[in-house]
Design a protein around this ligand. Structure first.
Ligand SMILES: Cc1cc2nc3c(=O)[nH]c(=O)nc-3n(C[C@H](O)[C@H](O)[C@H](O)COP(=O)(O)O)c2cc1C
Length: 339
């Protein structure tokens, strides 16, 4: 199987919800939530993608030749590349019933492990959609990061205990899911969280806690104050609020406040190894990629996921070669320009 076959297969299966566009940019699926689009006008998803495209790389091959190392260590685990599969939930509703939240995460976790990276898993109204993926992570040497919804603190802490038992190296919480009405309708309400409430969660565990859905420097500082070890600069792929700026636009100001004090992930519209390079140049430590991993899983199962990750990894390596970078630390603000 090659990646083109993966895309062709996926197109046949998920066509009704996702057109598997040559560039996954939020136009064809505007407003389709549930579905794969951005909320409302869909501009947040579109803008995420457009602003990533407006960053360009400086070509520079006047450097020593030598090995290129794309490796990164995060929360005590070594990974081959600085990008990961973002959590994607409610697969049957958003994409197609041929995969559900369990079978999807089997492909994501195994395919990411094969590629030397890891996948974030999600959470939902049904407990099995949190616990099933957790078991899959446990069977894959703890290589996966569960993402807990912002339920009431008692429920969150009971889910943290389950994560600890499964050997994960960190947990995440998609704090920006606080407005998801579908969960409330299913009798499982989610909430916004004060710094004190977040402190109770971070203090309840030795595991590093990553808060996903930070879009302002103030939010990043609150996450730091709450004891979070990491943040994901994210607007949930444009799915929770219509008129947000692009994640790559807000990234540099957030980086100024919390760089080297916590791990900074970013997601939203990153589609290639060059795009991962751009995020790192603007100060992120690592990138999450959402929708294209879902397409890869539908079109090729765990092999599709591995093929996609290898493709992005190879592109990143090539970008590093052509910009004079041997290690991820060499990728800095001087390597890119915003047009
Ligand atoms: C269909 C769909 C379902 C998602 N479900 C979740 C989820 O359950 N938990 C979560 O934290 N983020 C979820 N996200 C957001 C992604 O984790 C990620 O933030 C976003 O997709 C990144 O943008 P990208 O798809 O443009 O790469 C979902 C996104 C999509 C498209």
């Amino acid at each position: 199987m090659d990646y083109q076959e993966v895309l062709n297969n996926a197109r046949k299966i998920i066509m009704d919800k996702c057109k598997v566009c040559p560039d996954c940019n939020g136009y064809a699926c505007r407003g389709q939530v549930p579905g794969v689009g951005g909320k409302g006008s869909g501009q947040a998803f579109v803008r995420n993608r457009e602003k990533v495209q407006q960053v360009k790389l400086h070509l520079d091959t006047l450097v020593d030749s030598g090995e290129i190392d794309t490796g990164i260590t995060l929360f005590g685990k070594k990974y081959k590349y600085p990008f990961f599969a973002a959590p994607i939930g409610a697969l049957e509703m958003n994409y197609h019933p041929s995969l559900n939240d369990l079978t999807y995460n089997e492909h994501i976790i195994a395919g990411c492990c094969d590629a030397g990276i890891c996948g974030f898993t999600g959470d939902g109204a049904k407990d099995e959609f949190y616990e099933g993926p957790l078991n899959i992570i446990s069977n894959n040497h703890g290589l996966g990061i569960p993402t807990i919804k912002p339920w009431d603190n008692k429920t969150i802490i009971s889910k943290v205990r389950k994560a600890e038992a499964s050997g994960v190296s960190a947990i995440a919480m998609d704090i920006d899911a606080a407005g998801l009405v579908l969960l409330a309708m299913a009798g499982k309400p989610v909430y916004t969280k004060s710094v004190d409430e977040l402190k109770e969660i971070t203090a309840s565990t030795k595991l590093p806690v990553i808060l996903k859905g930070i879009m302002t420097p103030q939010g990043a500082l609150k996450a730091l104050e709450a004891g979070a070890a990491g943040i994901v600069v994210s607007d949930h792929g444009g799915r929770v609020l219509d008129n947000t700026p692009a994640t790559i636009e807000v990234l540099p100001d957030i980086v100024k406040k919390v760089k080297d004090k916590m791990t900074i992930f970013v997601d939203g519209g990153f589609r290639s190894g060059d795009d991962v390079f751009k995020a790192l140049a603007l100060g992120a430590d690592a990138v999450l990629i959402g929708r294209p991993f879902a397409v890869a899983a539908y079109g090729g199962g765990k092999e599709g996921v591995r093929l996609y990750a290898d493709k992005i990894g190879n592109e990143l390596k090539e970008a590093m070669l052509m910009t004079g970078c041997h290690q991820l630390n060499d990728i800095d603000r001087n390597k890119v320009i915003t047009v």
